[in-house]
Design a protein around this ligand. Structure first.
Ligand code: CA
Length: 417
């Protein structure tokens, strides 16, 4: 790949040619304020449809202009891996070949002048529980006196179906949910705003190419179906969750909002970020077994950063996840469940082994026993109204460079009523 762009970019830009993430933007106040597809380069966004018209695109893309002139990524997602690879090559050519500069440069807009939207129309949403450290910590907190990991945990990636309709783009305010809460000592449940509102820092995977009903997706087919990766904050009302989750799992304590970062980093940008997952303690059934000599490691070496009101709380390492994205996808479809374009699945909270690498407040403050101290002198066990949480991440990109993920941020608004 050509390594030089005609743009004036710092050498260490997290959004250089090695990245080129996809999003959906509009230009509020302009004559044409449609939502359209963009690629981020530096602190600008390239209008893909406009660039294709101005500079020319490969014929297979020009023959299907709806791919690029669309208000969401879904048409491009459905086009599959060959189209994704071709488009990335084309965009790279636009941004490196000086012959394209005159046509392409006017299609760049400063990020400060655009509004970013949820980049895809969600189909189904699944959330996993893939971090051994997180699952162990939650087990110790929720089920004291028992084994922290349930007997199934190291045999399959545990997950549940979430609510696709409440996926929201970064920056969307999060209204504190109300619901039934009942502490163990309470004689009966009460109704009211959640008193234990929390975050979960996760990695999200966006599915592009569908799969037919009845046909499991093998581990090795992960890159044929998954378009790219983003960051997720799975807001969680711990008091609602604790009362409702037995025996069918998370429900209203999770489904009020799930925030995603606006930029989808393509798998092609993450080749250098791939890393072997932790050693597995128990043998895996064949459809999940990625320990063979010819198996490809699909752990991702993302270093995440979680901030509360601008203060860094933790740096969760996604490379520590026990279950990889490929295993999550294989498990999600092993019963023949089909994939649809726009399906989205998340890893579950990323927590590393050290206390300052935990990805949720309930772990960081150890269920309120060790409240987190903030620079303004206040403390937190859970979120207060007005709090703003931001999650970012970087990943290795080769030659010592790194690529960045767009931040996922959200501010808590008071409960309604
Ligand atoms: Ca979660």
């Amino acid at each position: 790949m050509t390594t030089a762009t005609w743009l004036d970019l710092p050498e260490d830009s997290l959004f250089g040619l090695a990245n080129l993430p996809y999003g959906v933007f509009s230009r509020p106040g302009s004559a044409d304020d449609r939502r359209r597809l963009g690629v981020r380069i530096g602190d600008q966004v390239l209008d893909l449809g406009a660039a294709a018209r101005a500079a020319g695109a490969p014929s297979e893309l020009l023959d299907a202009p709806s791919l690029l002139d669309s208000p969401s990524l879904n048409a491009l997602l459905a086009a599959g891996r060959p189209a994704w690879t071709a488009l990335r090559g084309t965009v790279t050519g636009w941004l490196t070949d000086p012959a394209h500069r005159a046509a392409v440069e006017p299609q760049l807009h400063p990020l400060t002048e655009v509004r970013l939207h949820l980049p895809f129309e969600p189909a189904d949403y699944v959330d996993f529980y893939a971090s051994e450290h997180h699952a162990s910590n939650l087990g110790a907190l929720f089920r004291p006196g028992t084994e922290p990991l349930t007997p199934n945990w190291k045999h399959l990636p545990i997950g549940y179906h979430g609510r696709a309709g409440s996926l929201v783009v970064s920056g969307t305010p999060v209204v504190r949910p109300s619901g039934q809460r009942k502490a163990p000592a309470d004689p009966a449940p009460t109704f009211g705003p959640s008193l234990r509102l929390d975050i979960e820092a996760e990695v999200g995977f966006l599915v592009g190419a569908p799969s037919p009903l009845g046909e499991p997706v093998a581990l090795g087919d992960f890159p044929e179906h998954v378009f790219g990766v983003c960051l997720v904050n799975d807001w969680s009302a711990r008091d609602l969750q604790a009362w409702e989750y037995v025996p069918l799992g998370p429900f209203l304590g999770k489904s009020f909002a799930t925030s995603v970062s606006p930029w989808i980093v393509p798998l092609d940008a993450l080749r250098e970020a791939r890393t072997a997952p932790p050693a597995r303690d128990v043998p895996l059934l064949p459809y999940l077994d990625d320990t063979g000599a010819d198996a490809e490691p699909w752990g991702l070496d993302l270093t995440m950063e979680v901030s509360l009101n601008g203060h860094v709380l933790s740096r969760p390492p996604a490379g520590s996840l026990y279950w990889t994205g490929a295993q999550q996808l294989a498990h999600m479809t092993v019963n023949g469940a089909p994939l649809r374009t726009g399906d989205f699945f998340a890893s579950g909270t990323v927590s590393g082994p050290e206390p300052d690498t935990r990805g949720s407040l309930i772990e960081l403050a150890w269920n309120g026993e060790q409240p987190v101290k903030l620079p303004d002198g206040s403390t937190r066990s859970f979120l207060q109204d007005g709090d703003e949480v931001t999650i970012t991440a970087t990943a290795p990109a080769g030659d010592g460079g790194r690529i960045g993920f767009g931040e996922v941020t959200g501010r808590i608004l008071p409960a309604v009523g």
